[in-house]
Write a protein of this length. Structure first.
Length: 473
């Protein structure tokens, strides 16, 4: 029996961090009703995840916030090492490459996490959605038809629930899903957003000090007047009070405590790497930090989280709006869990100094060749590869791909192209292009090639499990 007091939605998202906000935006543009709840009274206030990798910039551009990210962020400052109050040398923190036709973003983009969340929330509101703040999950149950969640504001019934509620996920613990991992570094860390007197420290460099007590780094945050401070503690526990933050700056740098004019936010943590034993329990999915926890050293956590949302969003859309079999959702864990495990290893090696922040950290090489939705190859690419950008007439391929649709891309071929029985697939022809070679490529809504071939043989069979079909007659 239906209870009128139970609110209903198709997808309940728990946690309004970058992952939850990105998923809510993706579902909103697909016309999938979703309720995004956040236990806190507002967005997370700190800069913690400040690096936006090139692949994530592509994702954010597709979600409609590329211009805002460009406006409010900036390139990573050049690193500057210090010793005894003297500059000792510059070094690049990340691999920097010139943009190319196929890879339009050549370097990580720096932007504090609070700004990323503000941008995504503004986009969500443009799309007609919002966040229910001060709303906590207090219990959940599920059956064959959906999930019933007990919220602090009342019960909600949803077809599916997505846990994007962080490393201490309430949802994950309620489901009894374990996290398997290790402590990356036993030394606790302090992270804080501070303001520093203009004459005391320049904003041109990412300043790094190594001391007997542990290292300290001060990074200017583009688009703001703020710096992010990170300090390691080999002994004792960090004092995250404003006085404690000022004290560690005075102890480990040439700055005076008074040079720290404001402490805007501070927190402490212990670097660890952990992976949820599974990303799904029935109608509940884990995403972002609820599914994997990283050392911040590689700049991978926020980026992997946003891409979890990007992978899951289109699949929920196909099932809930386009009649795809629910089995399509099995591919979320099958595709994303191996990626998360790989990226966790990368983050840990970088933290321990065993690997540099090279091309792998940019996440442009991540793909799903071994995944269950990857079939065929053509030209220079194999199904599961990221679909490259490039010129096509007076536009870019990313302009063609942008939106919630699939794209059947014909590159340098006069092969006959089918008509589709759904507007969810856009057909586009373009000239031969080195990054693709020649052939037909079905580009998924998340920018990866799902199917590839020299002609349309096998395409119809591939489409059916996605809720897509060819036009009959």
């Amino acid at each position: 029996m239906k209870l009128n007091s139970v609110k209903e939605t198709r997808v309940l998202i728990v946690g309004a961090g970058p992952c939850g906000l990105a998923l809510a935006c993706d579902l909103a543009r697909r016309g999938v009703p979703a309720l995004l709840v956040e236990q806190a009274p507002g967005l997370f206030p700190g800069s913690r995840g400040k690096g936006i990798q090139p692949r994530t910039r592509e994702v954010l551009d597709d979600l409609g916030v590329g211009d805002a990210v460009r406006e409010h962020g900036g390139p990573a400052p050049v690193g500057m090492t210090w010793q005894d109050g003297e500059r000792t040398g510059e070094h690049r923190m990340f691999r920097v490459a010139a943009p190319t036709d196929s890879e339009p973003y050549g370097e990580p983009w720096m932007m504090p996490q609070w700004r990323t969340q503000e941008i995504l929330l503004a986009r969500l509101r443009e799309l007609g959605g919002d966040v229910a703040f001060s709303t906590a999950l207090t219990g959940l149950g599920q059956d064959a038809d959906g999930v019933t969640a007990q919220l602090s504001t009342g019960p909600v019934r949803a077809s599916y629930l997505v846990a994007a509620d962080g490393g201490r996920s309430t949802v994950r613990r309620a489901l009894g899903i374990a996290m398997t991992g290790e402590t990356v570094d036993p030394a606790p860390m302090l992270v804080a957003d501070v303001r520093i007197a203009e004459a005391a420290l320049d904003r041109l460099n990412w300043h790094m000090m190594n001391t007997d007590a542990g290292y300290l780094a001060i990074c200017p945050l583009p688009g703001t007047a703020d710096f992010q401070l990170v300090a390691q503690f080999k002994e004792g526990e960090p004092d995250i009070s404003p006085a404690g933050v000022r004290a560690v700056v005075a102890e480990r740098t040439h700055l005076d405590a008074r040079d720290v004019t404001e402490v805007l936010w501070s927190s402490d943590f212990r670097p660890r790497a952990a992976l949820a034993d599974r990303f799904r329990d029935g109608r509940v999915f884990l995403a972002g930090d609820a599914a994997h926890v990283h050392s911040p050293a590689g700049g991978q956590g926020l980026n992997t989280s946003v891409q979890d949302a990007y992978n899951l969003g289109w699949k929920l859309g196909q099932v809930l709006r386009h009649g795809a079999p629910a089995a399509l959702l099995d591919s979320y864990e099958q595709e994303r869990r191996p990626i998360a495990a790989e990226v966790l290893g990368l983050s840990t090696r970088i933290h321990r100094g065993q690997q540099e922040r090279g091309a792998a950290t940019q996440q442009l090489g991540i793909g799903y060749r071994e995944g269950p939705l990857s079939v065929g190859r053509a030209g220079a690419l194999e199904a599961g590869d990221r679909a490259p950008d490039g010129p096509t007439g007076d536009r870019r391929l990313f302009d063609v791909f942008r939106g919630p649709h699939f794209t059947l891309l014909a590159v340098g071929t006069d092969a006959d192209l089918p008509e589709f029985g759904t507007p969810a697939v856009l057909v586009h022809r373009t000239d031969a292009y080195e990054a693709y070679g020649k052939g037909l490529f079905l580009v998924r809504p998340d920018g990866y090639i799902g199917w590839a071939g020299e002609d349309t043989t096998g395409l119809a069979e591939y489409l059916a499990p996605l809720g897509l079909d060819l036009k009959r007659g």
